[in-house]
Design a protein around this ligand. Structure first.
Ligand SMILES: C[S@@+](CC[C@H](N)C(=O)[O-])C[C@H]1O[C@@H](n2cnc3c(N)ncnc32)[C@H](O)[C@@H]1O
Length: 122
């Protein structure tokens, strides 16, 4: 499981192929296990519904020195972000576990910038 999940996160980060001027939204980031595979300068937001998960993600983000990424509690079914606010939206291992995955995906599409925005497969 450890090897598999690291490989999936590594591949997703490669697909994201972020530029420094792009804002990223991570939906359902959990304890932040994907963070170490992203560039340290990445800017944007990460949301999760669980306070316990976020607590560990805050610790991990600090360890990695990712100061441009905000982490906060939010329900992915009702994202409190404007339309087209992010160049990239990342849903790491969440769509298969979240209640109402269709709605979460629709919200992800809503906040992804139409021009050049992309949603990697995982
Ligand atoms: C399988 S875990 C994946 C966590 C992390 N992305 C990873 O790869 O380790 C799914 C995550 O989705 C979060 N989650 C579930 N429903 C959610 C919702 N409605 N809004 C935001 N996060 C949610 C859970 O709290 C959990 O952290």
């Amino acid at each position: 499981m450890g090897f598999w999940s690291r490989e999936v996160r590594r591949q997703a980060a490669r697909v994201l192929d972020l530029r420094e001027d792009e804002r990223l939204l991570i939906i359902g980031g959990g304890t932040g296990m994907e963070l170490e595979h992203l560039p340290v300068w990445v800017g944007g937001d990460g949301v999760d519904l669980s306070g316990g998960m976020l607590e560990r993600a805050h610790w991990r983000r600090a360890e990695l020195g990712m100061h441009n990424l905000d982490l906060r509690m939010m329900d992915a079914r009702t994202l409190d972000f404007p339309d087209e606010g992010f160049e990239a939206v990342y849903l790491p291992l969440i769509l298969t576990v979240v209640e109402d995955g269709g709605r979460v995906f629709a919200e992800a599409a809503r906040v992804a910038a139409r021009k050049g925005g992309h949603l990697p497969p995982r």
